[in-house]
Ligand binder design. Structure first.
Ligand SMILES: [Zn+2]
Length: 129
């Protein structure tokens, strides 16, 4: 949920995905390549080029540090919407281990900030409270 209006209505986030297997479209926002692998492979997202390399193991909950599990595809999607890693010591959220951008899969309110900021600007523009 992004916001609750004064009327009690909830503003929620709904993401829709259009997929295409093979081919090339100029309007693509992201090109996601998925490889089959027998062992762990490091997946990544390149936010500059809009490319992402995933593997077939990324949909499986994988044991991480601190007794947590995480599906790589969920974490990498966080990068696609502009979120940064939080597991490195210089991150302000380094100690928040359950976060999707750390070792867990919990989406925190801060991860939705740019969506809620956009919603707030639209609500303000249309004088909706
Ligand atoms: Zn990452």
């Amino acid at each position: 949920m992004i916001k609750v209006l004064s009327s009690g209505l909830n503003v929620v986030l709904e993401l829709r995905f259009k997929t295409q297997v093979e081919g090339f479209w100029l309007q693509d926002h992201w090109e996601i390549s998925v490889i089959k692998t027998q062992k762990f492979a490091r997946s990544y997202v390149n936010t500059f080029s809009g490319n992402s390399q995933l593997d077939d193991k990324d949909v499986i909950a994988t044991p991480k540090n601190f007794g947590l599990t995480q599906r790589g595809v969920v974490h990498e999607f966080g990068h696609m919407i502009g979120l940064k890693d939080e597991y490195e010591k210089q991150s302000a959220w380094y100690k928040d281990k359950t976060s999707i951008m750390n070792n867990g899969e919990v989406v925190k309110q801060r991860h939705l900030r740019h969506f809620s900021n956009w919603v707030s600007s639209k609500l303000q523009k249309h004088k909706i409270s």
